[in-house]
Design a protein around this ligand. Sequence first.
Ligand code: ASP
Length: 325
Amino acid sequence: MLATGGTIAGRAKDVTALNNYSAGVIHAEQLLQSVPQLQQLAEIQVEQIANVDSADLTFAHWQTLVTHVRSAFAADADLAGVVISHGTNTLEETAWLLQLLIDDPRPVVLGGAMRPATALSADGPLNLFQAVQVASAPQSRGQGVLVVMDGWIHAARKVTKVATQGVGAFASPGTGPLGWVDDAGVHLPLVCEAREAPFAGLTLPGQWPKVAILYGCVEPESSMLTAMLKARIQGLVFTGTGAGQLSAVERDVLRTWSGPRPLMLRASRCGSGPVHRSPEDERCGTLPAGSLNPQKARVLLLLSLSAGFNGVQMAAVLAQLESMS
Ligand code: ASP
């Protein structure tokens, strides 16, 4: 188990406090001790990678996490799987990062909690127990990186946080979860199609590329786009309206920009559904992000830039990922 913090490790002054608490304060050992039933389930070695709110995770934390997962699998043939406790706010980004980088049939399972550990009906203990159940189940092998929340098992590629409150805050739009876990065991009736790791061989850089996300809306502030281009940002994700639509003003900025171009992806602010290629992509130098949401498109861009990809290589990896979704 690799612990990174989040609400699952959060503490409030009062058992009724659900919003006013400090995330990432309880140590991983203590989390494990709070669920003694885990002892019957697995032999668990625990490591604290970070203890932060997931909004405060950094690329350095990601680097450490990836190194730990890779070396844990390489070092121990008897290891059944890895569980990562994580804040729910950016959990899907870390899950997707690991999906792209970790090439091992053994499961990596991320889980968190929507209520702090001190709350009445805290969801963390059961989520942790179920994450370990899934990580140690033979049927989880070969399913890629999984997310377990509220009894549901989601694929890293599909899962996203869809609510600010409530224990059922995660969904896999369009497809639904891969399965579920309960006291009768792990049920995975669906095979995860999106489980390849195209960046398995990538050594992560000391200095990560700069990749920003711009959000589409009525009369967007085009000076933001110009500022990004002038700042020589290396990657840009547009959270376009509808099926990844950019405004005419933004398209004009891109068409007339004569400086170096970042790698640019168009995703959608809708929350589900694909973004397909459009004739404007050619003119603006953008690529459609397919079914990746903006935050996952950014993770893909970070790795593609780290691998030194150009637009053609980026398009090829996007096509490869879409063919598996
Ligand atoms: N603030 C938390 C985080 O670290 C939210 C959570 O874990 O549910 O993302």
